[in-house]
Design a protein around this ligand. Structure first.
Ligand code: G3P
Ligand code: CA
Length: 293
């Protein structure tokens, strides 16, 4: 029995060592400089100011802009008639009064939906009559309204929308204006975008499981950084990724203590539903630093 336990412990230690080696070997030895996008920690309004207003609505983006967010985060999907709309889920049931999949509906059908009343029911503390009957915005509605007065952090939720998205960004000249970052969990679509538009900053999103086994060297070939869940981050990993020339953005951080800790660790960008909280932390930090600048 003792002998068996010994073997078991040995195998376990070996497995941990292999994992560690796999992780280390994914990291390059020479230190690369991450390509900074912006001078300070990016304040990325997650689905707009979605802590205060219905996510992915014009009013959530307007509030985020008033709260000095650096980027508006927009998840895009494509309708059956080729319109790009802002919505997180591919199914409309959670954030509208309708049912069905976006890719099976025309924009005219989606435009009739109420994309705000659900928020008043779900968050009575933040409910507001202005949220009733608000509609699902098209990407072009958002770009027409804000133009280049703000920047856009757009997530490609399905590869089918990538071509239309790039055409739209070209038409609005947002690529040469460096007013856009593109992100996705889909590494293939990001690599395709990189081949066509190597100057667009790309962020490879990774979930809790994938981040352990990710090939960061390979990601660095097409992306300027990674988007990781903050719960799995630590200072050592951030340093490692910086050492590999990768920016580190993290989602979705709403607690001020978490924001401060991540900033101390050298995070480059934070997705938050409360851009005002991050704005004030950055302002206070700048006030402390200013006398020394
Ligand atoms: O895009 C960053 C973060 O938003 C990823 O998660 O599910 O909120 O789109 P999700
Ligand atoms: Ca997203």
């Amino acid at each position: 029995m003792k002998k068996q336990n010994g073997w078991l412990m040995g195998i376990l230690a070996l497995a941990v060592l292999c994992l560690h080696y796999m992780f280390e070997s994914n990291m390059t030895s020479e230190a690369l400089e991450p390509q900074k996008v912006g001078s300070d920690v990016l304040n990325i309004a997650h689905r707009g100011a979605s802590g205060y207003a219905p996510e992915h609505t014009m009013i959530a983006y307007q509030i985020a802009d008033e709260m000095e967010a650096d980027f508006l985060e927009i998840d895009v999907h494509m309708t059956s008639d080729g319109e790009l709309v802002a919505m997180h889920d591919d199914d409309i049931a959670r954030t509208t009064d309708g049912e069905g999949f976006i890719q099976e509906m025309t924009y005219e059908e989606i435009n009739k939906l109420d994309a705000g009343s659900w928020f008043n029911e779900a968050y009575p503390n933040h409910s507001d009559p202005r949220y009733q009957q608000v509609s699902v915005p098209k990407l072009t509605d958002i770009l027409d309204y804000f133009g280049t007065s703000t920047k856009y952090y757009i997530e490609i939720k399905n590869a089918a929308s990538a071509g239309q998205l790039l055409q739209t960004l070209e038409a609005y000249q947002l690529i040469e204006e460096e007013a856009v970052i593109l992100q996705s969990f889909d590494s293939k679509v990001l690599q395709q975008v990189y081949e066509q538009y190597p100057t667009i900053p790309l962020i490879q999103l990774l979930g809790k499981n994938k981040m352990l086994f990710a090939n960061y060297k390979k990601i660095r070939k097409y992306a300027v950084g990674v988007g990781l869940p903050y719960q799995k981050l630590n200072q050592r990993l951030i340093r490692h990724l910086h050492g590999n020339g990768l920016l580190v953005h993290t989602y979705t951080v709403n607690d001020e203590a978490d924001m401060k800790r991540l900033i101390e660790w050298g995070i480059d960008g934070i997705f938050t539903d409360y851009p005002d909280r991050l704005y004030h932390i950055k302002e206070n930090r700048m006030n402390v630093l200013r006398p020394f600048n």
